[in-house]
Design a protein. Structure first.
Length: 289
């Protein structure tokens, strides 16, 4: 039997096969002849196998008819290493006294003087106080219960500066004003979104170049852009952080701000067309007169 690609003719042939085999074996079959029954069952299995094969071919033919144009999915990635242009200082002011009020007043005076000097030195910078607290200091005798020996007031002055070259000047002011430590110096970016956009654009361009290379190698050309997916959220490496637990000398060794890496991934899917096909043009908005 030959498959012609017509579903109806194929199933008709299977039906005819079943009818002929049943007619042939039921005509000469006897109820007591087990061999004839075995041959009859074998014929049924043979016809059922033909039916399954023809059904699979029909489904494949229908899927091919429904299928769309060929596509290619490409991946692009880009990493930008940029120098930080902003620095954040967390300067610690710690005072001790016999009462909470005295410790708080001393701390307010010292941290206030620090804020005033920073504002005078860097008028465009952001200066504010954060994380103020007052805690008792306990003594633990060998015998007896712990007792309060005094109080410690802690305050943090946060400075956000757009010129990282003033690191030494900030340290000088902090020490002269009576600050005790620099809890955090972090180098960051003022405009992180702009760098993210550049990384995404670089990843998209790499993916597009890959798609063009694949299409050219297959003697095809790119059609419409079908899908755009961000492979993963844009990754920005953690900024470099430095800590000075004790401020004692104003002569600091040179500190390098390092770089910040911004990484992006993009997946693009393009339609593939034959070399002779015309690429559909993107509709343009009418020009204003």
């Amino acid at each position: 039997m030959v498959w012609t690609g017509d579903n109806s003719s194929g199933f008709t042939a299977v039906a005819a096969c079943l009818y002929q085999r049943i007619l042939a074996y039921t005509t000469g079959m006897r109820a007591t002849n087990i061999f004839l029954w075995g041959s009859f069952l074998g014929a049924l299995v043979q016809c059922a196998s033909i039916f399954l094969v023809l059904g699979g071919m029909a489904q494949a033919q229908e899927a091919q008819q429904r299928g769309g144009p060929a596509t290619v999915r490409v991946h692009g990635q880009a990493t930008l290493s940029v120098e930080p242009d902003q620095v954040q200082f967390d300067i610690g002011v710690v005072t001790q006294a016999s009462t909470p009020k005295a410790a708080s007043e001393q701390n307010a005076n010292q941290s206030g003087a620090l804020v005033q000097q920073l504002n005078a030195a860097f008028p465009s910078a952001s200066v504010k106080k954060v994380n103020f607290s007052v805690n008792p200091n306990f003594e633990y005798p060998r015998e007896g219960t712990p007792k309060i020996a005094g109080y410690t007031a802690t305050n943090t002055v946060r400075l956000l500066l757009n010129d990282i070259s003033n690191l030494q000047a900030v340290m000088d002011i902090a020490i002269k004003s009576g600050a005790n430590s620099v809890d955090r110096v972090a180098f960051t970016l003022r405009s992180e979104n702009a760098v993210r956009a550049q990384a995404l654009a670089g990843a998209a361009n790499q993916a597009l170049d890959g798609a063009k290379s694949l299409a050219a190698a297959l003697n095809l050309k790119l059609g419409r852009l079908l899908t755009v997916e961000e492979g993963q959220p844009v990754i920005v490496s953690a900024p470099q952080e430095i800590r000075f637990e004790k401020l004692q000398s104003t002569n600091l060794a040179p500190i390098s701000a390092g770089t910040i890496d911004v990484h992006a991934d993009v997946d693009l899917t393009y339609e593939l067309l034959s070399a002779a096909a015309r690429v559909p043009e993107t509709p343009r908005s009418p020009r204003k007169k």
